[in-house]
Every structure is written in C-alpha cells, then in structure tokens.
Ligand binder design. Structure first.
Ligand code: 13P
Length: 217
C-alpha cells in the first residue's frame, strides 16, 4: 500500500548511544517502506544515512536571526531532512503554541521545501468537528494532517475505527494520518482507512515498530 508511517520519538531516548542502537535495529525495515524517522533534532546529524527519510518534530517560523534556541526550516532542509511535524498537541498544550504560530511555521516550512505533517485533534469532551474546523481553517488542502485525539495519545486507548472514518470523511480529499496509541495489532485497521500513521511510544520499541512497518502490505 506504501502508506506513510512516521516515527515520532518525542524527547527520547536520552542518549545518542541509545538513539543509534534503536536506529540500527529499525533501519533495514525502514528502508523497505515509506517510513520517516523523527528523532530529537540534536541526534539527526549522527543518524542521517542514505535511503532513509528523516523529519524533525518542530521548526521555527523564520529563516534565521536572533531567536535563541530555535531551529529554522532552512537549517533542517540543508541537512537533507525533508519532513517536519508541526503543531503536535504536546507543543500546543505544554509549550502553548497557537494556531497562528502553527500557520506561520507551515508557511516557512513550505517555503524552505519541507513537507509539513500538521497535527490536529480534540481533547476529551470537546466537539471533534468544531475543534478540527478551527484548527484546519487556514491550512492549505494539500498539507498532510495527522489526526491525533489527545485522549488517545500515550493512553493505550486508541480511537475507535468508526471515529477515524468519520474524521477522514470530514476532511474530504486531504491526506490524513492517524496517531494515538498505535501498536502492531491495531495498525492494520488504521492503515486500511487512512493515508498512514504517526507513531509515538511504539516507535521506540524496535520489534513493535518493525511489525507496524511490515503490516503495510
Ligand atoms: P503514542 O503513539 O505514544 O500514543 O503517541 C502518539 C503521538 O503523539 C505521535 O505523535
């Protein structure tokens, strides 16, 4: 099926040695499929290798300048990295990123030639479609979205298939990945109805992630 499968390592693992070890274990399977690995940015240069697609978990909304601690899309692109996750719920909630900043980041990423993966999703108790409408209203239709309901992230409570189907049809012709407690057991069901997966915790387990990659047949 050649769906897009993205590994979001988040702020893991804590050392470059562990990152290299994890990468070595998933590399061969990742080469075979349409897989993008998003490690912490500081590890990228040590991991980048021929044939594997890489991404970052965030970027800034300016090309360069006096913005201490930030990494620009142009810097990322210059490493040969082509993907960026933007607007992850952990950044929206913990780091207080707004929809406006997210749009600026998307624009700058596209300008630099990166492919953004923009995360959207509701918290428990919120109206899904109202939240999604608000989050996507200024996002161009050809940008890849990742539907990650907050209540499904890291909880083991993955979203019901019917719910993801509804979201997919609400988003019409847009490319949509699913993320939230994806594992090797539920991955085939989501792959059937979406354009791919955004995998958190399970991407840190080489055996589990390899099984997820290989179930896209
Ligand atoms: P989990 O797969 O750990 O639930 O995380 C999902 C996620 O946030 C991926 O971006």
């Amino acid at each position: 099926m050649n769906k897009l499968i993205i590994a979001n390592w988040k702020c893991n693992p804590p050392t470059i040695e562990e990152a290299k070890e994890l990468f070595e274990k998933i590399k061969d399977n990742a080469l075979e499929k349409n897989v993008v690995i998003c490690p912490p940015s500081i590890f990228l240069s040590s991991l980048i290798c021929e044939g594997i697609k890489f991404g970052v978990q965030n970027c800034f909304w300016k090309e360069k300048g006096a913005f201490t601690g930030e990494i620009s899309p142009q810097m990322i692109k210059s490493l040969g990295v082509n993907y960026v996750i933007i607007g992850h719920s952990e950044r929206r909630n913990i780091l207080k990123e707004t929809n406006e900043e997210i749009i600026q980041k998307i624009n700058e990423a596209v300008r630099a030639g990166l492919t953004p993966i923009v995360c959207i999703g509701e918290s428990k108790g919120e109206d899904t479609f109202e939240v999604l409408n608000n989050q996507i209203k200024d996002i161009d239709e050809n940008i890849i979205l990742a539907y990650e309901p907050l209540w499904a992230i890291g909880t083991g409570e993955s979203a019901p298939i019917e719910k993801v189907k509804e979201v997919k049809s609400f988003l019409k012709d847009r490319k949509v990945l699913y993320g939230g407690s994806v594992n090797s057991q539920n991955a085939p069901n989501y792959l059937e109805i979406t354009d791919g997966l955004l995998v958190g915790g399970a991407s840190l387990n080489s055996e589990e992630f390899s099984k997820i990659i290989l179930c896209d047949i």
